[in-house]
Write a protein that binds this ligand. Sequence first.
Ligand code: DGL
Length: 265
Amino acid sequence: MDAAAPLLLFDSGVGGLSVLAALRRVLPDAPVIYAADNGGLPYGTKSEAEIAARVCGLLGRMSERFRPRLICIACNTASTIALAMVRDVLNVPVVGTVPAIKPAAEATRSGVIGLLGTAATVRQVYVDRLEADHASGKTLLRFAASELIGAAEAKLRGKAVDPATIARAVAGLRDQPRGDRIDTVVLACTHFPLLTDELASTFGPDVRFVDGAEGIARRIAHLTANQRFARLRPDRAIFTRGDPDLDALRPALARYGLSELEVLA
Ligand code: DGL
């Protein structure tokens, strides 16, 4: 294994940075390429076929180009739809992001769990299976909080988050039958942990949040145990489209250790 071979983290936008933060804590020396398919954002309102084709195609291209030692699909939407397909076509270990229903079911005291995800994620059979396997006997209330994607993207570009956007997402769960009993919320989209402060102040102090980031980071550390890491160049963020507002992301990317920004040619 080439010690400079990177870990490739992939998301439709900045959401995967919430996974990168956890990864940095366990593998600070690992060279990373963060890839954002901003040309395809948002995934959550696309069809399954569109997401699968896009993710398989892009990861195939990026894996030839960047020769990663491991790919992490740091996106619940892409993982719940395309993880198996990507694993079938690529000859590199692929770690996905699974909605953290199991830890939420273990943590809840009231027995009522909320789940915020994209429209595509909340309708997946994959989520039905997680619910049946890990949360039977509990109530799982789902809400497609598509607006939060744009709010997280804006926040990382230094813009203010509109409290009304957060309030609508919270009401989407609270207003369902038994929603007032929710004590645990699964953030089943990697963009949403970037809004934890805003969500926490609207949900109130009795609600805890769970997401998959720590578990994914531990899984990557396990799969790369005993491998050597050498960072020969600064870690970078790659975008699939050269949007004019990408420069506004530079300070946030730098906070996650991504000091270079490129657009995929
Ligand atoms: N960050 C992605 C996820 O975890 C989705 C954002 C999007 O809709 O593109 O599901």
